[in-house]
Design a protein around this ligand. Structure first.
Ligand SMILES: [Ca+2]
Length: 151
């Protein structure tokens, strides 16, 4: 086909040629196929996006689950710590109660016990009277006057 063909007047317009028609039909078919493929691609991309969103959701859920497990561990550790402190507090309360009981008990009514009256006297204790002071029984009443550790 040459530009000179139109000048001849007898030749059909180039777009009317069988070859052109065939190429045009192939092009149209190819374009239609391309359009179809693009639609498939769009659909696939849409599915991919959906799948990616789902993965993101699952990852977030997994992270949440992991966080939850970590928090449960922390809670368990704190409960153990609290239990330990409660035990410590109980121990201290018991100690305080024992001290209070000791303090509330009647004060020892006897003086420290010494080996001899001489030691008791040296430490500021005595005189002890028989039947009155329990300390009397700890020492020997050499003169039998009912008093020990007397001056
Ligand atoms: Ca005596």
């Amino acid at each position: 086909m040459g530009f000179g063909a139109a000048a001849a007047g007898a030749d059909p317009h180039p777009t009317q040629s069988t070859e052109y028609q065939a190429v045009a039909a192939t092009l149209a078919s190819t374009e239609a196929e391309r359009d179809g493929l693009e639609e498939d691609l769009d659909e696939a991309n849409g599915e991919l996006t959906t799948a990616e969103d789902r993965i993101t959701e699952l990852e977030a859920a997994a992270t949440t689950a992991g966080d939850l497990a970590a928090r449960e561990t922390q809670v368990a550790e704190r409960e153990a710590a609290v239990q330990t402190r409660e035990t410590d507090v109980q121990t201290r309360e018991d100690a305080v109660a024992a001290q209070e009981a000791a303090a509330a008990a009647p004060a020892s009514s006897t003086d420290p016990r010494f080996g001899t009256c001489k030691e008791a006297r040296a430490n500021g204790y005595g005189t002890y009277v028989k039947g009155v002071d329990p300390e009397y029984d700890w020492y020997r009443d050499a003169d039998g006057d009912g008093r020990v550790c007397e001056p």
